[in-house]
Write a protein that binds this ligand. Structure first.
Ligand code: DHB
Length: 311
């Protein structure tokens, strides 16, 4: 039986439902080329700003027992670098290359979106509403009025398809509040979730925090966040019918990817596991996911996407 991982993202056909999570292995041209060559169906860049940023002081990423903690501080090459790469490579690659933008002010965000809008080959933009690691800048996605007002402006300055990267939510009122705002816009997709913001991990022997920036506080990824990620994928899939949900959080195996799809994800992103294992993780996870599908008699992901049963 032929098992396919094909899916669509905002109407664009993808050969595989697996891709990188923004921030991991996508800051330099070399890394982006690796992702094009790897077993991915699409790829997304590191969230960019107008100008190059060095980011926070090192160490700013740590592997911890069941995942990771990071406070990178938006190190990136500046939007022109990524637009140049996309202009050149989108023609050759069938895979959609998504530009992630994360300005530090409304003005910067609108300028980024205007520049992205003008890039002929760029198929899709990810508007990051959930960067937790820039000192003094709260996450937009936790401020509903600001989110609504930013999206209103974003959809007037930019005609290209825009998806959003959301932080994790933890309360039914917040799921419904955010979905109510998102419903008013022609969103290309909602990606759930960014890292679990401002966790803290310690080393008891030395009695110190594990990363340098922000006194050790950083975004948590990996298995720690899988249940929260699945809850967000599930709730936004139910609350935003007709909008693609991208699942991100705690995917290390084919089984994890299967769970995200069962909760409603059209595409599954890999972050911490990609950081730890490199781009070979896509081939491994794709194989494991296909094995599970084959055992269950599924030939494509639409046969079980969103079909999680309640008891
Ligand atoms: C960074 C982290 C994020 O989770 C994000 O969405 C954007 C940027 C960072 O620290 O670089």
């Amino acid at each position: 039986m032929a098992v396919s991982l094909q899916t669509t993202l905002a109407g664009i056909p993808l050969e595989s439902c697996l891709m990188n999570a923004s921030g991991v292995h996508c800051t330099t041209e070399e890394q982006l080329r690796d992702l094009i060559q790897a077993d991915t169906g699409a790829l997304v860049t590191k969230s960019c700003t107008l100008e190059y940023r060095e980011g926070n002081p090192l160490p700013r990423y740590a592997s911890i027992p069941y995942g990771s903690i990071n406070s990178m501080g938006l190190p990136n090459q500046g939007i022109r670098y990524y637009l140049g790469f996309i202009e050149k490579h989108q023609k050759e690659s069938e895979k959609p290359l998504i530009l992630s933008v994360a300005g530090l002010s409304r003005k910067e965000n609108m300028e980024l979106l205007r520049m992205a809008d003008a890039c002929e080959n760029l198929p899709l933009i990810e508007f990051n509403l959930s960067c937790p690691n820039v000192p003094g800048k709260p996450q937009t996605g936790y401020d509903f009025d600001e989110t609504r007002s930013l999206l209103e402006e974003a959809f007037t300055v930019c005609r290209k398809p825009i998806g959003v990267k959301l932080p994790p939510y933890f309360d039914m009122a917040h799921f419904e509040g955010m979905a109510g705002i998102l419903r008013a816009f022609p969103l290309a997709y909602a990606c759930c979730v960014n890292s679990l913001g401002n966790g803290l991990w310690l080393d008891v022997e030395s009695e110190t925090v594990s990363i340098k920036p922000k006194g050790g506080f950083g975004g948590v990824g990996g298995l720690y966040i899988k249940s929260t990620a699945l809850a967000n994928v599930r709730m936004f899939s139910l609350l935003l019918p007709g909008t693609d949900v991208l699942g991100c959080g705690g995917v290390q195996t084919g089984k994890d990817a299967f769970e995200h799809i069962l909760c409603g994800a059209s595409v599954v992103q890999i972050g911490t596991c990609l950081w730890e294992e490199g781009v070979a993780c896509f081939t491994r996870i794709a194989g494991e996911l296909k094995d599970i599908m084959e055992q269950k008699g599924y030939q494509n992901i639409n046969e079980f996407k969103g079909k999680l049963k309640e008891r």
